[in-house]
Design a protein around this ligand. Structure first.
Ligand code: ACO
Length: 406
C-alpha cells in the first residue's frame, strides 16, 4: 500500500544521522497494539483475533468496537454502542445544503472528504483532542454519519432525492436503503447483500500503518482534531495504488474482451511495463505470500454473484488473469498475489454500486481503524509530531544573482 519504483536493495542508505528509506519500506513509525500482520505467512489479526474468524462470526459494528476499545463488546456494551451510533446518523440540514452545492459529477471520494472536513465546522465545541467525552462524541458522529454522507454523495451523482436514515435498521442495511431506496417507496434490504457488505467492511477495517492510516496519524500528530485527520485519510485512500485500486481493477477488466489473445496481450503489456500498465489488484507492500483477505473475498464474490443470479463475464476474466499470474515467473519472482481489492469491485458492481463508489465503500470500512489508530496515538505519551527528514540533493550554497544578470 504505497509507491516506490525504486530498487529495494538501494532503499536503505545511511548518511550521518539520517536514514533514507523511500516509501518507509523498513521504518516503523510507531508502536501499536491494534493490528498484527505477518506478510510472509499471510496472517492478519485485529487485537489478536484472526481475520477469518472475525469475518465469519462477527459484525462490522462489533469489529469497530473491538478495534477502538481493544476488546470484543459484551451484549450490553454492543447494544449501547449500536444505539449511540443509531442516534447520530442524521446530518445537520445545513450540511445537506453544502453537499447539494457540489457539482453532480464530483467524485464521491472528494465529496466524502470535504463533508468530513466540514463536520469540524458544525461541531466546533467537540474538537478537543484531550477531552475524552469530546473524542467519544466525535468518534460516534463519524461512525454514524459517514454512511449517510456516502449515500448522499451517491444520490447526488445520480440526481436523485436523498433519504433520511431509518434507525430501526442496522448500520449496513440503513446505508443500503439510503443508497438504493427511493422516497415514498418501500425498500427491501437483501440479506445476502447486507451480510456480504458487512463482511467486506470487516475485512477493510484496519491494516496497520498503510498510506491512509499513516496520513491520519501524521496529521493527528500535529494535534489536528479527529475530523481533520480522517478527512486527510480519505484523500490518501483515494489514490489508485491504495484504496482506488478496487475501481482501477474494474476499469482494467473493462478493457479486456476476454478472448485468449486479448488476455495474453494484456499480460505481455504488464510484464513489459508498457505505459506503466500494472495488473491492478495484485501485489502488496507487506503480503509476499498471499493476502488473507483476498481468499475470503474471492469466496464471497462467487457466493454473492451466484445467490444474486449474476453471471458476470468479468469474473471469468479476473479468474483467468489470476490463474495465469500465479504460474507466471514475472509474478512469482516478485511475490505478487491478488490483494483484497482484486475481487471486491466485482461484488460491489453486482450489488449495484457504480465504480466511483467503490473506494467510498473502502473508506466506510476503514473508518474504525483510522479512529482507533488516531486515539491510540493521542493516548500514547511517547507520541511526537511526525516529522521525517530528507537527504538534500539540490544546489550547494550560492550567491543571489540580480534579475538583470540572469
Ligand atoms: N502488476 C505488475 N507489476 C507489479 C505490480 C502489479 N500489480 N505490483 C508490483 N509490480 C512489480 C513492480 O513493477 C516491481 O517490479 P521490478 O522489481 O521489476 O521493479 C516489483 O513488482 C515490486 O513492486 P513495488 O512497486 O516495488 O512494490 P511496492 O511494495 O512499492 O508496491 C503496490 C505495492 C503499490 C501495492 C503495488 O504492488 C501495486 O501498484 N499494485 C497495484 C495496485 C494495487 O492493487 N493496490 C492495492 C494495494 S492493497 C490496498 O491498498 C488495499
Amino acid at each position: 500500500e504505497g509507491n516506490a519504483g525504486y530498487d529495494i536493495s538501494s532503499l536503505m542508505k545511511e548518511t550521518g544521522n539520517t536514514t533514507l528509506d523511500v516509501g518507509f519500506v523498513n521504518t516503523a513509525s510507531c508502536q501499536s497494539a491494534i493490528t498484527y500482520i505477518d506478510g510472509d505467512a499471510g496472517i492478519l489479526r485485529y487485537r489478536g483475533y484472526p481475520i477469518d474468524q472475525l469475518a465469519k462470526n462477527s459484525s462490522f459494528l462489533e469489529v469497530s468496537y473491538l478495534l477502538i476499545y481493544g476488546e470484543l463488546p459484551t451484549p450490553s456494551e454492543l447494544e449501547a454502542f449500536t444505539s449511540r451510533i443509531g442516534r447520530h446518523t442524521m446530518l445537520h440540514e445545513d450540511l445537506k445544503d453544502l453537499l447539494a452545492a457540489f457539482p453532480r459529477d464530483a467524485h464521491p471520494m472528494s465529496v466524502l472528504s470535504a463533508a468530513v472536513s466540514a463536520l469540524g465546522t458544525f461541531y466546533p465545541n467537540s474538537l478537543s483532542i484531550t477531552d475524552k467525552d469530546q473524542v467519544e462524541l466525535s468518534t460516534t458522529r463519524l461512525l454514524a454519519k459517514l454512511p449517510t454522507i456516502a449515500a448522499y454523495a451517491h444520490k447526488k451523482s445520480q440526481g436523485q432525492p436523498t433519504l433520511y436514515p431509518d434507525n430501526r435498521l442496522d448500520l449496513v442495511s440503513n446505508f443500503l436503503r439510503m443508497t438504493f431506496g427511493v422516497p415514498a417507496e418501500d425498500y427491501e434490504v437483501d440479506p445476502v447483500v447486507s451480510k456480504a457488505l458487512d463482511q467486506l467492511f470487516i475485512l477493510h477495517a484496519d491494516h496497520e500503518q498503510n498510506c491512509s492510516t499513516s496520513t491520519v496519524r501524521l496529521v493527528g500528530s500535529g494535534h489536528a482534531h479527529l475530523f481533520a485527520s480522517i478527512s486527510a485519510g480519505i484523500h490518501a485512500l483515494s489514490g489508485p495504488l491504495h484504496g482506488g485500486a478496487n475501481s482501477a481493477v474494474l476499469e482494467m477488466l473493462d478493457k479486456i474482451d476476454g478472448s485468449d489473445d486479448d488476455v495474453d496481450t494484456f499480460m505481455k503489456k504488464v510484464k513489459n511495463k508498457e505505459d506503466g500498465v500494472k495488473l491492478m489488484g495484485f501485489g502488496h507492500r507487506v503480503y509476499k505470500n498471499y493476502d488473507p483477505r483476498a481468499a475470503i473475498v474471492k469466496e464471497t464474490a462467487h457466493e454473492v454473484l451466484q445467490k444474486m443470479g449474476v453471471n458476470d463475464p468479468q469474473l471469468e476474466i479476473a479468474m483467468r488473469l489470476e490463474e495465469i499470474a500465479l504460474k507466471d515467473d514475472y509474478f512469482v519472482e516478485r511475490k505478487l498475489y491478488p490483494n483484497v481489492d482484486f475481487y471486491t469491485g466485482l461484488i460491489y458492481k453486482a450489488m449495484g454500486f457504480p465504480t466511483e463508489m467503490f473506494t467510498v465503500l473502502f473508506a466506510i470500512g476503514r473508518l474504525p481503524g483510522w479512529i482507533a489508530q488516531w486515539r491510540e496515538m493521542m493516548e500514547d505519551p511517547a507520541t511526537k509530531i511526525g516529522r521525517p527528514r530528507q537527504l538534500y540533493i539540490g544546489e550547494p550554497a550560492r550567491d543571489f544573482v540580480g534579475i538583470d544578470k540572469r
